[in-house]
Design a protein around this ligand. Structure first.
Ligand code: SOE
Length: 398
């Protein structure tokens, strides 16, 4: 007997640069490696420039292209809008898509301001009664070793969380000759290292500990204030070819933050795109009353666990290789020890999103989660502007 076809989930993706490429890969691989309740169909790729969008669609596997995202929202065969554009367009597209009854996946950070994130959250709440779902793409939540870390924290393996320290370091701006791009323009990107990479460690602190931030004190710095204007746009993180003209950098290059979680536990965060030799070094260490967990993206299949309840004679960090079939997501992939990469987090994100949509459950990180991260980013910025004053995010009883 012929198998019944799965219900279709028509997807349109807006933007096709670095994040568009990672999302396209994820839409293709998710249904091939995981048993999904809906069959994603890569229907339309939306870009501003028709020939470039056509070239990207053919490479990345999208059936059609459009230069008009509003027209795509009117299509009945499109059920989900995946937003991979710079932050200044997120709110407008997400609101319109949710109001048109389309599910939304939006790249991080959710928006360029708290006001935009609030509008998006309100739109998600309006759409929710119709079975419409919204999710923010904090993809590192779906790294198996980090999911395992969360499970261990929830099981109480490190006891009560007492301190968090996290860093996200890159070096693609450390050279003063690197030209300007949209990521260095406050109007388009909202902020610099803070929103681009700092947002990930704010979200991970929240995801892993289950606690929101109560307050922060931030120091933002623009290390190189002026750069060459690009004559030719670049692909991925490459800013293109520098011309003779120069222009201002309007975002932060580095963000240093101290903070407190709602329990009062102290947090220290650092995000920088000026850390020579650090290409995508994201590190988080959580110390609890019974031990500690430590993760470094440069060794992304490994989680280190220190069990402080064992004898001091033999105590030390245990290196857990998070590639066994009973580790989160791993059974769908390769045999133990064969390892996963950056792209797998994006695939897992699609798997969880599609399953949540089919079950009519709320996918996480939700727009409410994204709004919390946005509030933390905003408080860091205000604090830095006000000579590093302590800035409250949420009031908590302690
Ligand atoms: C650029 O710094 C970037 O691509 C971020 O925007 C992504 O979120 C991160 O995953 C890798 O670095």
């Amino acid at each position: 007997m012929a198998e019944r076809a799965k219900p279709r989930l028509g997807v349109a993706m807006i933007g096709h640069a670095f994040m568009g490429r990672t999302h396209s890969h994820a839409w293709r691989s998710a249904p091939r490696f995981f048993d999904l309740p809906l069959e994603p169909e890569m229907k339309v790729l939306v870009g501003r420039d028709q020939p470039r969008a056509e070239a990207a669609a053919s490479t990345l596997g999208w059936a059609e292209v459009s230069t008009d995202w509003r027209a795509v929202l009117e299509r009945e065969d499109v059920h989900l809008i995946d937003i991979c554009t710079p932050g200044d367009t997120h709110a407008e597209i997400a609101e319109a898509a949710l109001d048109a009854g389309k599910h939304v996946l939006v790249e991080k950070p959710m928006a360029n301001s708290v006001a935009e994130a609030e509008r998006m959250h309100a739109a998600a709440q309006r759409a929710r009664p119709q079975g419409v779902h919204a999710m923010v793409g904090f993809t590192y939540r779906r790294v198996p070793a980090l999911q395992l870390a969360r499970e261990l924290i929830l099981e109480g393996r490190i006891g009560e969380v007492r301190q968090v320290r996290a860093q996200y370091l890159q070096d693609w701006l450390a050279d003063d000759a690197v030209p300007l791009s949209w990521r260095l323009d406050k109007e388009r990107a909202g902020s610099g290292a803070l929103g681009d990479i700092g947002a990930h460690i704010v979200d991970l602190t929240y995801f892993l500990t289950g606690q929101r931030f109560a307050g922060v004190s931030g120091l933002l710095d623009t290390i190189v204030a002026e750069r060459p204007v690009a004559e030719q746009a670049g692909a991925g993180l490459s800013n293109g070819v520098a011309g003779a003209e120069r222009g201002p950098v309007t975002v932060d290059d580095a963000a240093l933050v101290t903070g407190r979680l709602e329990s009062g536990a102290p947090v220290i965060l650092e995000a920088s795109r000026f850390a020579w030799g650090r290409k995508n070094a994201m590190r988080i260490e959580i110390s609890g009353s019974r031990g500690a967990l430590c993760f470094d993206f440069e060794e992304m299949n490994v989680l280190h666990h220190y069990d402080a309840t064992t004898s001091a004679r033999t105590a030390g960090f245990t290196r857990i290789l998070a590639t066994e079939p009973d580790h989160p997501f791993v059974d769908a992939w390769w045999p133990p020890g064969h390892g996963l990469g950056y792209e797998h987090g994006f695939t897992h994100q699609i798997v969880d999103l599609v399953r949540a949509i089919a079950a009519d459950e709320d996918p996480r990180p939700s727009f409410e989660d994204g709004l919390h991260v946005q509030r933390v980013l905003d408080a860091i910025t205000r604090s830095s502007g006000a000579a590093n004053q302590w800035t409250v995010v949420h009031e908590f009883e302690r």
